[in-house]
Write a protein that binds this ligand. Sequence first.
Ligand SMILES: *Cc1c(COP(=O)(O)O)cnc(C)c1O
Length: 252
Amino acid sequence: MNKIPDATPEIREQIHAEAVADRVRSIRERIAAACERAGRSPEDVTIVGVSKTFPMQAIESGKASGIDHLGENRARQLRDKALQRPGRFKGGDVIWHMIGHLQTNKAKFVARHADWFDALDRLSLAKELNERAAKNNRVLPCLVQVNVTGEEQKYGLDPSAVHDLLDRCAQYEHLAVKGLMAMGSFVEDPEDVRGEFRKIRELFETYDATNNPRVDMEELSIGMSNDFEVAVEEGSTMVRLGSAIFGPRDYE
Ligand SMILES: *Cc1c(COP(=O)(O)O)cnc(C)c1O
């Protein structure tokens, strides 16, 4: 079954290249201003355009605005989109990130089609992804997902278990752990997630990767449409933006 949503006339208008270009321009300005406040360079912040639930035209519009990194949260939808527009590790010109919770039995889709896996949250999944990546003769860049909000979120690793998982990933030659990812709490005032972002940044900065050949702490993926400026101020290197780029979605 094809998992790529249809382009209705309303959605077509919403994700039209010019509409997307306008939103991306304003997002880049806001990122630059947040960088300025934090004494950072905007070049150190990558935008991942979250194309989930949107048709292929969203990807073309994003690409036309310089968005090369794309995020999907369902393995089958990522596969179907990547079959139409392959990622960089297959010679394509976009970089597919699987950003959502992954059931172990769908690890094969990620190993075959995703450039990055941004939601690694358990050792058993690391083991499976490593085996699948080996079968595909590749190394899969990953981010470890941390649950910094406590009870609210189902997914992500408890902060106290993060460094241990990173240590254990040393055995997986077909994984390259590049950093951490988290989602902030859903709150009205983005200021309220600053503490959560500081918590993950501390975990990010205090991991000693010198003796771990599989880990390089390069990327901190925090910040979504509602809180990306606070995330950039707190050190985000990858913001994952869906509605801010493509407009509202009907469903997650
Ligand atoms: C949907 C999603 C996003 C983007 O959400 P927006 O609020 O539309 O920016 C980012 N990260 C993850 C893991 C998501 O599932």
